[in-house]
Design a protein around this ligand. Structure first.
Ligand code: FES
Ligand SMILES: [Fe+2]
Length: 386
């Protein structure tokens, strides 16, 4: 388990550091806690073999590259020689060579060549290297201290006979914790996603072995259900979108801090299609993608609504109308919500419970006490919206 170091003075001024869930830089308590988990950091399809990219996660820069063998790797952002950006370098096999003077590093960050040096001292030069794995169409990284725990697997997503890969990543200009608190907040659905109906649910939540189970009970008997999996994962089921689909879609989403005012949403959907339906499904999937690309981006439309240049009521034909609506509410809270102005009530039990869990875990982490060992959540019945 990572040792807990100095906490930023600005955080100390706000009170106990375990009440600060929003700051996730490497010198923060929440940042150190989050670094004890694996996180998706990039879409696998966007990284070709032999290419490198600079990435920014939890306030830190890194170099992500895919070796010529196809394996993804993450090392430090800068070369140890004179500090230039390693992502501009050459990928050679599973190693990366700096563009400036040619020092070369292996996937673990060990320097293995110093071409211009008459007496190389590679053995003394090591930058950081991070465990990296490709899984479910995403590149996952463990950015904390060794040893890394095993990457969480979802065996039901690994079936060969069904189409599962529909991966997405979206950048949101707000703190990741706003996105997390929205997960069990089922009372926003009848207002934010008004087109789904104005039935206001009674919300019940409970802590589970994986995080929080939130259920919304409607007067007409409908039940909404969502799972929040610690520390930044949500799992739920949405309806099928294509006649070839044989059941609802199982979906996993991760909310990963980029910095304190931006986060990335990664999503994987398990789409159930079998036999002859697969080819038809793929064909229509390509058609849908082409149609959707004709619509304007969510961020652009959300910003127009926030500045009252447009109304979301006029955007309901957008294939991601619910995302525009979520964008308006969470970006509308400000890039980091001011919790001092809030007035929480009974329907906010999910928000309150998540904060209580985080505070308990961060405090235990700070004091070196036992942490809850979270397991993965299971499939749940359908809920619309997020
Ligand atoms: S800065 Fe990288 S080799 Fe000189
Ligand atoms: Fe929503």
């Amino acid at each position: 388990m990572a040792a807990v170091g100095t906490v930023r003075p600005s955080v100390e001024r706000q009170g106990a550091p375990w009440r600060d869930f929003v700051h996730t830089g490497p010198d923060t308590l929440a940042g150190r806690y989050l670094r004890t988990f694996w996180h998706p950091v990039y879409l696998a399809k966007d990284l070709a073999p032999g290419r490198a990219k600079p990435i920014h996660i939890m306030g830190e820069d890194f170099t992500l590259y895919r070796g010529e063998t196809g394996a993804p790797h993450i090392v430090a952002f800068r070369c140890a020689h004179r500090g230039t950006q390693l992502s501009t370098g050459w990928v050679e096999g599973d190693e990366i060579r700096c563009f400036y003077h040619g020092w070369k590093y292996d996937a673990g960050g060990q320097c293995v060549e110093q071409p211009a040096e008459p007496e190389p001292f590679c053995g003394r030069i090591k930058i950081r290297g991070y465990p990296t794995e490709q899984y479910l169409g995403l590149i996952f990284a463990y950015l904390g201290d060794s040893p890394a725990p095993p990457l969480t697997r979802y065996p039901e997503f690994e079936s060969d006979d069904e189409v599962f890969e529909e991966t997405l990543s979206d950048l949101w200009p707000c703190n990741y914790f706003q996105r997390i608190e929205n997960i069990p907040d089922l009372s926003h659905v009848p207002f934010t996603h008004f087109q789904l109906g104005r039935s206001v649910p009674r919300v019940e939540v409970r802590e589970t072995e994986y995080g929080v189970d939130a259920t919304g009970y409607h007067l007409n008997g409908r039940i909404d259900h969502v799972h929040y999996q610690m520390p930044n994962v949500t799992r739920f089921v949405v309806g099928a979108r294509d006649s070839a689909e044989t059941s609802d879609r199982d979906r996993i989403k991760w909310k990963v801090p980029v910095d304190d005012e931006h986060c990335l949403d990664f999503a994987v959907s398990w789409v159930h299609v079998s036999g002859d339906g697969v080819a038809k499904y793929r064909e229509r999937q390509a058609e849908r993608a082409a149609q959707e690309s004709a619509f304007r981006p969510i961020e652009e439309l959300g910003e127009e609504v926030l500045s009252s240049k447009a109304r979301v009521q006029d955007m309901l034909d957008h294939p991601n109308a619910t995302n525009i609506q979520d964008y308006m509410t969470m970006i509308g809270q400000g890039s980091i919500v001011d919790r001092g102005i809030e007035h929480l009530g009974r329907p906010d039990v999910g928000v309150t419970l998540i904060r209580r869990i985080w505070e308990r875990e961060l405090r235990a982490f700070a004091e070196g006490r036992h942490l809850k060992n979270w397991t993965e959540s299971q499939v749940v019945p359908p809920v619309e919206g997020e």
